[in-house]
Design a protein around this ligand. Structure first.
Ligand SMILES: *Cc1c(COP(=O)(O)O)cnc(C)c1O
Length: 389
């Protein structure tokens, strides 16, 4: 979707002409007679600010409808509530840590089985299919090792076995990738990341392909009630207005940084789908319209948590924090932060080594960001020398 379309799909207020979407900070709506209203009755069920956000995100993802939740995990939770006890899920192995925690510690207890697979090879998925498989859950690119899966191929498998394909599109954003147009049934977003884009809110979205799925998700949204408040809906809309601009700049910065890291002596491996050395670069190129996002991960030759700690505490512009996708650059050490809830063996098996560092590139000047990383490499070298003598 072009920047023009994004900006102009955000409506001005039909009531007053206000060019920005008003924050309808209200819990209820006055009715003319019981059941006779202007389309809104109670703010858990519906709210005009939320509706404006949901409509914009549905357009961004080329979906039937979208639904806004209080966080990304609440959005994921709403999708899982479509399942029943006894059902099975096949999920990407280096799934977002919070999704792993929800799947294994909440939903397994309720009788849902989750099988994890490296979905970059579709054979790994077909091996796990049973008559109970109801959902295939992927992220592409994944967090934090940026694995890329072929959405179109996996969608065909899902259709064949009558399961739903869910794509967590947080990393690619709808600017780079529209999974519904590639055959997925549902898209989820942590709106906290690129959509919001300013590290000032938490939000989640579910986008549906069909009327039937819309009705089902709408029901869960109202029944469970984890809706996004009007103020955060307003902020997310405001973030989306510059999504195209930000995502392209962040991709550009990340590309330059991935190239810089690839040539650094202290670096072992760089994970970035934009590099021709990336295992699924060709798929990423096609699927993501040549935009590879702002996240770059890398491991150090000295593959220890201590070495990673030294690095992440020596950067100046890259702030040490969880989360990603904002205008300010962040970095984190997934084994101790975002992915700490995943046991070490499981983590290592999915490629998250002890020294893995994840960068979320912001919209600063690429040169400043590279200089920042460079001085951190120099600082940790100096510390090492100091310890030696
Ligand atoms: C952050 C994140 C989530 C969870 O979203 P919250 O808004 O933090 O609840 C889910 N998936 C991915 C890929 C994420 O990065």
């Amino acid at each position: 979707m072009s920047a023009t379309k994004i900006i102009h799909s955000i409506p001005s207020d039909p009531l007053t002409g206000a060019i920005s979407v008003p924050v309808y900070q209200t819990s209820t709506f006055v009715q003319e007679a019981p059941g006779v209203n202007k389309g809104f009755d109670y703010a858990r069920t519906n709210n005009p600010t939320r509706l404006a956000l949901e409509n914009v995100v549905a357009k961004l993802e080329d979906g039937h409808a979208a639904f806004a939740f209080s966080t990304g995990l609440a959005a994921i939770d709403a999708v899982l509530k479509l399942l029943s006890s006894g059902d099975e899920i096949i999920a990407v192995d280096d799934i977002y840590g919070g999704a792993y925690r929800l799947f294994t510690h909440v939903y397994e207890k309720l009788g849902i089985t989750i099988n994890y697979a490296d979905t970059t090879d579709v054979d790994n998925i077909t091996e796990l299919i049973s008559s109970k498989t109801k959902l295939i859950w992927i992220e592409s690119p994944t967090n934090p090792t940026l694995k890329v899966s072929d959405i179109q191929k996996i969608a065909k498998i899902a259709q064949r076995i009558n399961a739903l394909l869910v794509v967590d599109n947080t990393f690619a954003s709808p600017i780079a990738q529209q999974p519904l147009t590639l055959g997925a049934d549902l898209v989820i977003h942590s709106g906290t990341k690129y959509l919001g884009g300013h590290s000032d809110l938490v939000a989640g979205l579910v986008v549906t392909k069909t009327q039937k799925l819309s009705e089902q998700i709408k029901f869960v949204q109202n029944a469970s009630g984890a809706v996004l408040g009007p103020w955060d809906c307003f902020l997310t809309i405001r973030g989306i207005e510059t999504l195209d601009l930000r995502y392209k700049k962040q991709s550009e910065n990340a590309f330059a940084i991935a190239a810089y890291l690839s040539n650094h002596d202290a670096v072992d491996k760089v994970y970035y789908p934009g590099l021709v050395t990336h295992k699924n670069h060709e798929i990423a190129k096609r699927q993501q319209h040549n935009l590879f996002g702002g996240i770059v991960s890398f491991t150090l030759k000295e593959d220890t948590q201590e070495a990673a700690n030294a690095f992440v505490t020596h950067t100046r512009y890259f702030k040490l924090a969880e989360s990603l996708g904002g205008v300010k650059s962040l970095l984190c050490h997934p084994p101790q932060m975002t992915h700490a809830s995943i046991p070490r063996e499981v983590r290592i098996a999915s490629g998250i080594k002890d020294s893995l560092i994840r960068l979320s590139c912001g919209i600063e000047c690429a040169e400043d960001l590279i200089n920042d990383l460079n001085q951190a490499f120099i600082a940790i070298e100096k510390e090492k020398d100091y310890v030696k003598y």
